[in-house]
Ligand binder design. Structure first.
Ligand code: DGL
Length: 265
């Protein structure tokens, strides 16, 4: 079992920020990544639809034979982690809980902001997870849908991103948060812009980093860390891989090639 790969899926390129962190922490692990590029975005879709997509993505990875499933998408994690956990015997790790835990540990003022897609914010998943850890924390959520195309366009530090961030984050500034959860796979690319808008008094919680820590902890505890040398990550996509390879490099922090188109539904 330990020699199997870690399965990671997302709606598209965003989950590559999670893959990048897992690789940084666990360079000896093999990773199989699935980007559901034919059906992206998940962030605007209903819970039922996203859950169905997540089940199909997980089914594809489980069919290959992975030792753990990482739901590297905040929207899919918000809606489908429980269903996936019930269905599979292998560990299923979403991005919500690790980010929530870090935010609850970091905040001094007990005022935490959460930004994400429409779906993630509407689901209330982060608010529930943070308040389950500490009911005295006030959570200030904000949907920031335009950050996704800005990150994919390579405009994360463009003046347009800065203006957009000022607009979206104004209510959170007013609320005097001291920690902000980046509750979408694309947002780590906007860290510089978000930090500039919010100032030094607000800690940014990168759910990709926190999730990688959780994956490492779970594999270690279950004695599932790989012993033989690992090959490079394998990439599967549900649309032609051209755009995924071109845009994905920025999310991965390295050139990306070798995407293979598959059908999962
Ligand atoms: N990966 C998605 C998330 O983290 C963002 C992109 C999408 O809407 O599919 O919620």
């Amino acid at each position: 079992m330990s020699e199997r790969a870690i399965g990671v899926f997302d709606s598209g390129v965003g989950g590559l920020t999670v893959l990048k962190e897992i690789r940084r922490l666990l360079p000896g692990e093999e990773i199989i990544y699935l980007g559901d590029t034919a059906r992206v975005p998940y962030g605007t879709k209903s819970p039922a639809t996203v859950t169905r997509y997540a089940l199909e993505a997980a089914g594809f990875l489980d069919g290959i034979g992975v030792k753990a499933l990482v739901v590297a998408c905040n929207t899919a994690s918000s809606f489908a982690v429980e269903t996936l956990t019930q269905r599979y015997a292998i560990p299923v790790i979403g991005v919500i809980e690790p980010g929530a835990r870090r935010a609850a540990a970091l905040t001094r003022s007990r005022r935490v902001g959460v930004i994400g897609t429409e779906g993630t914010i509407k689901s209330g998943a982060y608010s529930r997870a943070i308040q389950a850890l500490d009911p005295h924390i006030s959570v200030y959520p904000a949907a920031c849908p335009l950050f996704v195309p800005l990150a994919e366009e390579g405009w994360a530090e463009h003046p347009v991103a800065r203006l957009t961030a000022e607009e979206y984050l104004e209510p959170l500034r007013q609320a005097q948060i001291d920690a902000l959860v980046l509750g979408c796979t694309h947002y780590p690319l906007l860290k510089k812009t978000l930090a500039a808008v919010l100032g030094a008094g607000v800690e940014l919680v990168d759910s990709a980093e926190e999730t990688a820590l959780q994956v490492a902890g779970i594999l270690r505890t279950a004695d599932l860390l790989r012993r033989s040398p690992a090959g490079p990550p394998r990439y599967f996509v549900t649309d032609v891989p051209t755009r995924f390879e071109r845009v994905g490099g920025a999310f991965l922090g390295a050139p990306l090639e070798g995407g293979r188109q598959v059908e999962i539904d």
